[in-house]
Design a protein around this ligand. Structure first.
Ligand SMILES: Nc1ncnc2c1ncn2[C@@H]1O[C@H](COP(=O)(O)OP(=O)(O)OP(=O)(O)O)[C@@H](O)[C@H]1O
Ligand SMILES: Nc1nc2c(c(=O)[nH]1)N=C(CO)CN2
Length: 188
């Protein structure tokens, strides 16, 4: 059955400027090539410098074993950021891809070593099946390297369509996800 659009429901992404609601976004950042700490701190700064994006929390840093990566790939450092934003989800994605490029991200083989990867995990209650932007991120529920730092910041968080982050993490376990207490990233 074809659904008739409800004229009373406004898609927040169609609003402009000051009319946009503030939405909470969860971003996952990873690096397994080059100076990982400098890159992640630079990426946090760049995201925090973005107009209409406010980084509210930076997680602890985790050293994580590569998941589904080519043989011989090095460990990642992974973090999660919580942000408030009035940007439309696609604009936020564009900004994240620009930040990846600024840190010399090369796009080759799937899951190849990368200086920087920035994934949108959730953006408010926005859902998207567009191949250029899938929300909520379809693989987040399988990734302890996303869920553990997110859980630390928000123990009650829920990943839409998947369930409480705490439950997902309890099922997955945290093997291969090691806290790096010696590294602290800041919102500068
Ligand atoms: N939620 C999302 N966050 C970031 N990129 C996404 C998302 N959904 C779709 N994409 C698209 O995925 C494309 C490829 O991204 P990328 O090569 O960084 O994938 P990846 O991060 O290596 O793999 P994965 O998606 O499994 O984390 C991006 O150009 C982007 O348009
Ligand atoms: N440990 C770890 N493994 C990964 C990561 C990542 O950030 N950390 N990112 C991937 C694709 O985005 C694939 N595998």
């Amino acid at each position: 059955m074809t659904e008739t659009p409800n004229p009373h429901i406004i898609d927040a992404d169609t609003l402009t400027g000051e009319m946009r609601p503030i939405r909470r976004a969860v971003l996952s950042l990873g690096s397994n090539l080059g100076d990982r700490v400098t890159t992640l701190q630079g990426a946090v700064n760049a995201i925090a410098d973005t107009p209409d994006v406010w980084v509210t929390s930076v997680s602890a840093v985790y050293e994580t074993a590569p998941v589904n990566c080519p043989p011989g790939s090095d460990d990642f450092l992974n973090i999660v950021l919580l942000c408030d934003t009035t940007l439309a989800a696609h604009r936020l994605l564009e900004r994240c891809l620009t930040v990846e490029d600024a840190f010399d991200r090369e796009r080759g083989e799937a899951n190849a070593p990368r200086t920087l990867d920035v994934d949108l995990i959730v953006v408010g209650d926005r859902r998207s099946d567009d191949e250029n932007l899938r929300l909520p991120h379809p693989r987040a529920k399988e990734r302890a390297f996303v869920l553990k730092p997110w859980y630390d910041l928000e123990p009650d968080a829920v990943l839409p369509d998947a369930g409480p982050v705490a439950d997902l993490l309890a099922d997955l376990g945290t093997d291969g996800v090691t806290l790096r207490e010696d590294i602290t990233l800041e919102i500068e």
